[in-house]
Ligand binder design. Structure first.
Ligand code: AMP
Ligand code: GLY
Length: 428
């Protein structure tokens, strides 16, 4: 089989790494890929948003299966284009991907089908949103309706922060059209867990739990990032909780999407807050999480391609997922300054020393090769995953790998997978 993976970050490296282990696969392409991915796939210079070019490439190369990493091409309808051309693709179509593409759509779906989530109001008018804020007591959460690269959510402890957030999103349009409409919702307290599930629209197979660390500094301080690390499983995700989430959230959501004429196929990602009243949905994503994928896939014992083919051929009921007991921790090595301004093009040393440690996998997130050297090429540069019998051992392994790798101005958190106490009230 020939497989094409769309995307070029750490998640896509993990996908390519796992797909390369399938005995069914003899050639892997990745568009656009990165220096790490290039070790196991042929990188193709096409951007994820260039969906027609990608479909042309898949046709020319007779790709048997295309796997989409990021949300943007999915919300733009890449799966519809591939379906139209009779090309097999793993990922939801445009109507289904709206579960991530529009927070208002996702919230109204949850309300209509009684899926637990924070109370909320939606606004299309700046002044109405501002006068609503006058009537409520913070903390409150302000969310741009559309895609904003993970930056469209403002958790406001005080009224002024909420007002500023609404003005930025709806007035200054810092996220463009994504901010034409907003959601203002109840602040939920608890611990976050990410649950990713395979679904063909009928059968739902949840993967093992994970949690990411969004804040840039240790002890969850500083601004949000795309994710500074992740671990799996979440120690608070009990079997009882898992069965509630499966029944009350994942199955309900997939069934709801079917009833709405938006049959959902691919990976459904539920970002959950485990509150004292039970799990509530913070967000749905229409794809694998990043960096959750870098801790979930290394624990998966199935052939990923077999599972993806079963999804695309509507026979996921034939699959049983199996997981390693090993725990996983992924530490992101970022460029100094990220998520603000940072420099690119720093030489990365020590990669092969890290890669040769047992139970350590180095996933590249933003790297490129030049004159035989690997250079930094993004905010998040590498994700070093460690595996071990306990989360502690897995974290030790990950940091053993991290310590071998050097580049100028590197920044990483020292507490990934380590301080797993319940989330204190609010830290901003
Ligand atoms: P989202 O993109 O909707 O997952 O939001 C990004 C982050 O903002 C989440 O991972 C949470 O840490 C936080 N967040 C979002 N919604 C809420 C909420 N209702 N209550 C508390 N925190 C939230
Ligand atoms: N880790 C958060 C996300 O993938 O959206």
């Amino acid at each position: 089989m020939k497989v094409l993976v769309v995307g070029g970050g750490g998640r896509e490296h993990a996908l390519v790494w796992k797909i390369s282990q399938s005995p069914m696969v003899d050639r892997i392409f990745c568009a656009p890929g990165n220096a790490g991915i290039a070790q196991m796939a042929e990188c193709v210079d096409i951007k994820p948003e260039e969906i027609h070019k990608l479909a042309d490439f898949a046709e020319q190369m007779q790709i048997d299966l295309t796997v989409v990493g990021p949300e943007a091409p999915l919300t733009m309808g890449i799966a519809d284009e591939f379906d139209k051309r009779g090309l097999k693709i793993f990922g939801p179509n445009k109507l289904a991907a709206e579960i991530e593409g529009s927070k208002i759509f996702a919230k109204s779906l949850m309300k209509k089908y009684n899926i637990p989530t924070a109370e909320y109001e939606t606004f299309t008018d700046l002044n109405e949103a501002l006068s609503f804020l006058e009537k409520i007591t913070p903390p409150v959460v302000v969310k741009a309706d559309g895609l904003a690269a993970g930056k469209g959510v403002i958790v406001a402890v005080d009224k002024q922060t909420a007002v500023d957030g609404v003005k930025k999103i709806m007035g200054e349009k810092v996220f463009g059209k994504a901010g034409d409409r907003i959601v203002i919702e109840e602040y939920l307290e608890g611990r976050e867990v990410s649950i990713l599930a395979f679904t063909d629209g009928k059968t739902v197979l949840p993967m093992v739990s994970a949690q990411d660390h969004k804040r840039v500094f240790d002890n969850d301080k500083g601004p949000n990032t795309g994710g500074m690390g992740a671990f799996s499983p979440s120690p608070i995700y009990s079997e009882e909780l898992a069965s509630i989430v499966e029944k009350e959230i994942l199955h309900k959501a997939v069934e709801a999407m079917g009833r709405e004429g938006r049959a959902y196929k691919g990976v459904l990602y539920a970002g959950l807050m485990i509150t004292s009243q039970g799990p509530k949905v913070l967000e749905f994503n229409c794809r694998f999480g990043d960096p959750e994928t870098q801790v979930v896939l290394p624990r998966m014992e199935n052939d990923l391609v077999e599972v993806m083919l079963a999804v695309s051929e509507n026979r996921l009921n034939e699959i049983k997922l199996s997981w390693s007991d090993k725990k996983a921790v992924c530490v992101i090595m970022a460029s100094g300054g990220y998520p603000g301004k940072y420099e690119k093009g720093k030489v990365i040393n020590g990669l092969s020393d890290a890669e040769t440690i047992d139970d350590v996998i180095v996933f590249h997130a933003g790297s490129r090769k030049e004159d035989g050297q690997v250079l930094t090429n993004g905010g998040r540069v590498l994700g070093v995953t460690g595996l071990g019998k306990t989360l502690e051992e897995a974290a030790d392994k990950a940091y053993e790998g991290v310590n071998k790798i050097k580049f100028d101005n590197v920044h990483y958190r020292k507490d990934i997978g380590r301080n797993l106490s319940p989330r204190p009230s609010i830290r901003l």
